[in-house]
Design a protein around this ligand. Structure first.
Ligand code: MV4
Length: 448
């Protein structure tokens, strides 16, 4: 079925709103920006064809304000909504409301957002599809006693995770049986407070894993494909800091296998649009499915750089009812790409947000350098949203070239008036472990 899209409402802000507006314009599609009272001067407002203020500075009043977003879409004649990432992107109720107003939701079916939002349900589906899981439960653990019994079977250390979780909230490592009760209660109440759902499940704790994720796509006719993997092991407090594609940690055999696992899950449910299937990798050939993200990810540019495929355009074309426009197997990996997330934060104050006015700005450029950003000179970074101000992406024929280019580009970046994590990135790029690919999800916190 084909769905006409000639005007997209972009239900987001910052760099991703800019990115979506750019992709739409290249397709000849008009855009409507929505913005909060704190974002009047934001770049996405200036770049879109139309712009509507939808409420106050807090996300609740604006970017999460479903009635105002739907009203803006109807009043300004949108026929589709792109949710970006964060905010309403993985809210199945929002996706349903969008569709019930006769608008195209540029993303997965609401039931698939809901299914994958329940991490325990996602594990059951992955298991059914023959995707390897971390040893542990694929149903919620009902009591401290049951948790102790299962942990004794699989062996300590174990990890308690929130069924409604993701992003590390409601997660606790348990080293031994005597820690179980207090950790169980802490994880459960944290999950209840954060998600209104205190259900927990339990997994063997994989020591020093790598985080490898596969970019997948499905069309509405049940076809599925991939655009290879990204490695995102360098994180701080569950926030990714530096990502790359392809993973420097796996060979061809592992690559084919992890892609096969990801596509099994996608085909099992007939997933639609873009998604990411996340795995832990133990460095010895074993992948374990952990969760699926049903949105476009911050780090999608590194995939674009090595494949030449525009991920956002692909999302729009799939939402219009087109068949998959490419077969990932036929798209060779071209070189290597790295993304550094540039955040307005103060390394001397424990990386606390450092909002304020950008007094002086020079973005790096030249061959193999890309900057995705909503920031311009004179722009005042508001304190209400996340602290990412730019994504600096480099491409090279190989990983070494992408790394030297990243060092060069970070050196060119001038961002005065605010503190940034650029010095942190430069230090990462000097680490022998980074250069040798010997880094894990806990490495960055050990280094800083
Ligand atoms: C794990 C794990 C070790 N073993 N599961 C953290 C967030 C959530 N998406 C999954 N996470 C982890 N799950 C088992 N069984 C270690 C982590 C983890 C992690 C994963 C990916 C990237 C960064 C991380 C940082 C700390 C812990």
């Amino acid at each position: 079925m084909s769905h006409q899209i000639s005007r997209i409402l972009v239900a987001n802000r910052g760099e991703i709103a800019v990115r979506i507006i750019q992709a739409a314009r290249e397709l000849g599609i008009e855009t409507i920006a929505v913005y909060s009272e704190a974002d009047e001067d934001s770049l996405h407002v200036q770049l879109a064809d139309y712009a509507v203020c939808i409420g106050g500075p807090s996300p609740q009043e604006s970017y999460l304000n479903v009635p105002n977003i739907i009203a803006a879409a109807e009043a300004w004649g949108a026929d589709a909504i792109h949710p970006g990432y964060g905010f309403l992107a993985e809210n199945p109720t929002f996706a349903r409301i969008v569709e019930s107003h006769g608008l195209v939701f540029i993303g997965p079916r609401p039931e698939h957002i809901e299914l994958m939002g329940d991490k325990v349900e996602a594990k059951r589906i992955a298991k059914r599809a023959g995707v390897p899981l971390v040893p542990g439960t694929d149903t919620p653990v009902e009591s401290v006693e049951e948790a102790k019994r299962i942990a004794a079977e699989i062996g300590y250390p174990v990890l308690l995770k929130a069924a409604a979780g993701g992003g590390g909230r409601g997660m606790r490592v348990v080293e031994s049986e005597r820690e179980m009760e207090s950790r169980f209660l802490a994880a459960s109440s944290e999950a209840e407070a954060a998600f209104g759902d205190g259900r927990l499940y339990l997994e063997k704790f994989i020591m020093r894993p790598k985080h490898i994720e596969v970019q997948v796509f499905g069309d509405e006719y049940g076809n599925a494909t991939h655009l290879y993997e990204r490695e995102c092991s360098l994180q701080r407090r569950h926030q990714k800091v530096l990502e790359e594609a392809p993973s420097p940690s796996i060979g061809e055999e592992e690559r084919e296998r992890v892609i096969d696992y990801a596509l099994r899950l996608v085909r099992e449910i007939g997933y639609r649009n873009a998604g990411t299937v996340e795995f832990l990798y133990d460095g010895e050939g074993n992948f374990y499915f952990i969760e699926m993200n049903t949105r476009v990810q911050v780090e999608h540019p590194v995939t674009e750089m090595i494949t030449g495929i525009d991920v956002i355009k692909t999302q729009i074309l799939l939402a219009m009812g087109e068949k998959l426009p490419f077969n990932g197997d036929e798209i060779p990996i071209n070189g290597h790409s790295i993304e550094a997330r540039i955040n307005a934060e103060d390394p001397d104050r424990g990386f606390a947000p450092s909002p304020g006015r950008v007094e002086l700005l020079h973005k790096p450029g030249g061959f193999g350098v890309r900057v995705d950003s909503h920031v311009y000179q004179g722009y005042v970074i508001p304190p209400y949203y996340d602290s990412m101000v730019a994504k600096l992406i480099t491409w090279g024929r190989d990983r070494d070239e992408a790394i030297s280019r990243m060092r060069r580009a970070l050196g060119e970046f001038v961002l005065e008036g605010i503190k940034t994590n650029i010095p942190l990135h430069l230090r990462i790029l000097e680490r022998r472990e980074f250069l040798e690919g010997k880094f894990y999800t806990d490495s960055l916190e050990r280094w800083v």
